[in-house]
Design a protein around this ligand. Structure first.
Ligand code: GCW
Length: 860
């Protein structure tokens, strides 16, 4: 049998047809890191120094104090001056000649001692900074040494944005004390819900020997004001608390310290029993309290600036205080008391719910769980406990109302938990800038009364919302899950890590400003690059939401598997409680007080009233709050069903459009970045079609309501693999059915199979796309031949999440501008590899002219 794969691709044919942008023929997401310790937004590209420092570049950096933080600040200024201004400053501990321009670093106290009574040293809070000129001195004053470092990064940001610093005068104080990331890293080097390769911290069950990436990460965190990092999974490996491991973990704290990042650990509540050998882990047992105290003292012996612990208990199979009939506050407090004298805190997660709910019970509701479990404990937590609450009551969905628990703990410290890693939001393969979504939560007004002043969530997590004994601090936790592949693998996803830090520092910043800052720092100040990148980032939430979960229903992803591709019914009829309650009559969870689960009643009255009434409930949250018929008319005037169809088609078209927008930046951003983003946007454009078709077909079948303009189920340019002439290939059903066109695919159980069709259209130039499945394991090979000539071949070597044919593993290969004549044979050949049986779904053949030569029109 001839092996088409061994024949060279017929390049002459490709060139003759002007094989456009081969990049568009690329569907495979490789894992090519741009290099260890990639500088991300700290790349310090050259700027016009005459604009920034019209009076001359300060040539000396004077550290008034000493210590690692001031040293880091001075080193950072050197790096910034070198990269952006092409000058190497002198580092000194004493000022030079008064007539020379110099940068002076010091705490308020040091500055007062340096120029007694001459400078306006207002009292600065911890971590706060001021930047100002005093004669020839550009002063970076910090409330403490960490404030100096934050001020330094702020100054460097100003330079990178090429602002004139002639009249620089800035003061900035962080919004809240807790600005942490959580990393869900496991000792074996994997990261739960991490999408950028292995851990920076662990490998093969131990702390990595080389921690240079961890150090580089601390620098990135510090540059946006993040002051804490929890290095291990909240599903905590209990062994990390053993003495030999703590000793190793201290090495990570050592590389964090120069950047003011305090290390913290996730701990398991059963530690006193499992590694302490006690008979119990009952938080009220004196020996348990003693164990925690001894363990915490041991930690501080190793890590004197240890930040504290994160606790996930009584949640998703983790044990907790309920085993002994104790409460979350009992559990949090026993650990908090051990930490107290060292200045450490407990972040106790509010993500406690029953994952064995009875789906038949129309009053059961997972969304209620946070409030039901924690509100009764308000005021019972010690003052160094902070309850860490996910922004929404379910689980990091593409749209959720804000968790009512945030307004339900007036006498408790609270932090909001945001997710930087894109678990349910496209796993960094889909573009989604999360800042606008986070801001929506932070800006939600939880006012307790119609006449009282607004009470936005951002105020609730500041620690200043109410003056009570146990409500003194708060903050922001971002689940980052960075890995060794360029932090978040997708270069554009780094705007989320950057944005998280900036918002935690100042939630008043708007999403546009943050995107633009990040873009300028990352790519420079070119206006076309700024416009394009900002547009892509700012539209991305809307686009992703449009082709996934509509009207607040939840993301509609496969919740029982990878949380990536569509899997609509996975939400239904199981104990996880992410129900969408869709049947032939209607859709949505009735969470009203009047007839539903009563969830809405957990909100303060005015907000509850808004959600309770169909007249005022926003369309975007309709199906989260209400069960309605498919014919229900939205405020937009569309019926629910028509809105689902329209948004999914618009979303898929918009996703395709992103590819051509990015194409315009070829040569304007680094080549490797360009290629990596292009691969991902190209993949996304195809995946959006898979999503579109799955969701619209599923709801059409369920509701019996047809798309008013006939798009759903009608794909004129598509040829199903199972309808082609098959040699060796066999048709199989795909589960869930809506994730394959026609519900079927073909698979090959022989060394090689083929699927062939004869072109019945007219002669012309066409773009051909092949929809196939690429499983996590296996590298099947494919070839496409037209009129007997191979025009393309590729390997299914991506690592899409999944081992079966479904919406998570469905992907496509696009080949543009190929000449096809009436009567030509079009043949696909597949060679399986292991369990990956060269699976094919369908072929699409579109006239090239119909869409200006670029394969971007998703309507196919
Ligand atoms: O979103 C879910 C994730 C789990 C995670 C859990 C949590 C670490 O699917 O992987 O567990 O949330 O936040 O604890």
């Amino acid at each position: 049998m001839s092996l088409p794969f061994l024949r060279p691709v017929q390049r002459t044919l490709l060139y003759a047809f002007g094989a456009l942008p081969l990049i568009l023929a690329q569907t495979v997401l490789g894992s090519t890191p741009l290099g260890a310790g990639d500088p991300a937004w700290l790349s310090y590209k050259p700027v016009e120094s005459a604009i920034v420092f019209p009076g001359g570049i300060p040539d000396t950096v004077v550290e008034l104090g000493s210590g690692v933080l001031q040293d880091s600040a001075a080193r950072e200024i050197s790096a910034g001056w070198r990269g952006m201004l092409q000058h190497e400053p002198r580092l000194a501990h004493e000022e030079g000649n008064d007539s020379e321009r110099q940068v002076v670093l010091g705490t308020s106290t040091q500055i007062e001692a340096w120029r007694p009574h001459q400078l306006p040293t207002a009292s600065l809070a911890h971590d706060a900074y001021k930047l100002y000129w005093n004669k020839n001195f550009l002063v970076i004053e910090g409330g403490d040494d960490r404030g100096i470092l934050y001020g330094t990064f702020a100054l460097l940001r100003e330079i990178a944005e090429q602002h004139s610093l002639m009249t620089l005068s800035q003061k900035s104080t962080p919004w809240a004390a807790i600005r942490w990331t959580n990393e869900w890293d496991n000792p074996n080097g994997t990261i739960e819900r991490g999408y950028a390769g292995p851990s920076l911290f662990f490998e093969d069950g131990r702390v990595r020997a080389d921690l240079s990436r961890a150090a580089a990460y601390a620098r990135l965190l510090s540059s946006v004001g993040i002051d804490g990092c929890t290095i291990n999974n909240v599903n905590a490996d209990i062994n990390l608390l053993r003495p030999e491991n703590l000793h190793e973990i201290a090495r990570i704290a050592d590389v964090f310290r120069p950047y003011g990042v305090r290390l913290s650990l996730s701990v398991d509540m059963s530690s006193p029993q499992v590694i302490g050998g006690l008979k119990t882990f009952d938080p009220l047992a004196p020996q348990v309290a003693e164990w925690w105290k001894t363990k915490v003292d041991e930690i501080y012996d190793e890590i004197p600036d240890f930040g504290g612990v994160v606790i996930k208990a009584d949640s998703e199979g983790r044990v907790g205080p309920s085993k002994y009939g104790r409460t979350a506050s009992d559990a949090a407090n026993v650990v908090a008391r051990a930490l107290k004298r060292h200045g450490g805190v407990v972040l106790y997660r509010g993500f406690v719910y029953n994952n064995h709910l009875d789906w038949r019970d129309m009053k059961a509701d997972r969304a209620r769980a946070g409030y039901d479990n924690f509100h009764p404990l308000d005021g019972k937590f010690d003052d160094n406990v902070i309850v860490q609450i996910k922004y929404g009551p379910i689980d990091f969905q593409v749209r959720e109302p804000v968790s009512p628990l945030l307004a339900g703990l007036p006498h408790t410290n609270e932090a909001i938990e945001l997710q930087i890693t894109q678990e349910y939001t496209g796993q960094q393969r889909h573009l989604m800038y999360l800042v606008p979504m986070w801001k929506k939560s932070l800006d939600t007004d939880m006012r307790a009364s119609a006449v009282a002043a607004p009470l936005p969530v951002k105020l609730l997590v500041s620690g200043r919302a109410t003056a009570t004994e146990h409500h003194t601090q708060g903050g922001f936790v971002g689940v980052a899950n960075v890995g060794t592949e360029e932090w978040l693998a997708n270069p554009l996803a780094l705007a989320n890590l950057y944005g998280f830090g900036r918002l935690a520092w100042d939630p008043g910043l708007d999403a546009e400003t943050i995107s633009d800052e990040w873009t300028r720092l990352t790519f420079g100040n070119d206006s076309q690059v700024r416009t394009t990148v900002n547009k892509l980032e700012l539209n991305s939430w809307h686009i992703y939401e449009s082709y996934t979960g509509p009207l607040g229903i939840g993301t509609l992803t496969d919740i029982l598997g990878s949380h990536f591709g569509p899997g609509i019914e996975s939400a239904e009829r199981n104990g996880w409680g992410q129900w969408i309650r869709a049947d032939e009559r209607g859709v949505g969870m009735d969470r009203t007080v009047a007839t539903g689960t009563g969830y809405i009643g957990q909100y303060p009255a005015p907000l509850a009233a808004t959600y309770e009434s169909l007249a005022t409930c926003p369309d975007q949250l309709l199906l989260f709050m209400h069960h309605v018929p498919y014919t229900y008319r939205l405020h937009s005037g569309l019926t629910v069903m028509q809105s689902i169809d329209n948004t999914h088609y618009e979303g898929a078209n918009a996703a395709a459009q992103q590819v051509s927008e990015w194409e315009a930046l070829r040569g304007k951003v680094p080549d490797a970045t360009f290629a990596e983003v292009m691969k991902r946007l190209t993949y996304q454009a195809g995946a959006a079609i898979v999503w579109r078709d799955a969701v619209t077909r599923w709801f059409t079948r369920e509701s019996g309501v047809q798309d008013a303009i006939g798009r759903v189920g009608n794909y004129p340019n598509r040829i199903e693999a199972e309808s082609m002439t098959l040699t060796g290939y066999k048709a199989v059903d795909v589960t869930p059915w809506e994730t394959a066109s026609g519900g079927k695919a073909v698979v090959c159980n022989l060394p090689e199979c083929s699927a062939e069709t004869t072109w019945t259209g007219s002669d012309g130039w066409y773009d051909v796309s092949v929809q196939y499945f690429d499983l996590m394991q296996g590298h099947s090979e494919f070839a496409l031949a037209v009129a007997g000539h191979q025009v393309d071949r590729w390997s299914a070597d991506d690592t899409l999440p999944g081992a079966t044919l479904n919406g998570s593993t469905s992907t496509r290969r696009v080949f543009n501008r190929v000449a096809i004549h009436h009567g030509d044979s079009i043949q696909l050949t597949g060679r399986p590899d292991g369990e990956e049986k060269a699976p094919l779904d369908y072929l699409t053949i579109m006239p090239t002219a119909a869409h200006a030569g670029v394969f971007m029109n998703a309507v196919q």
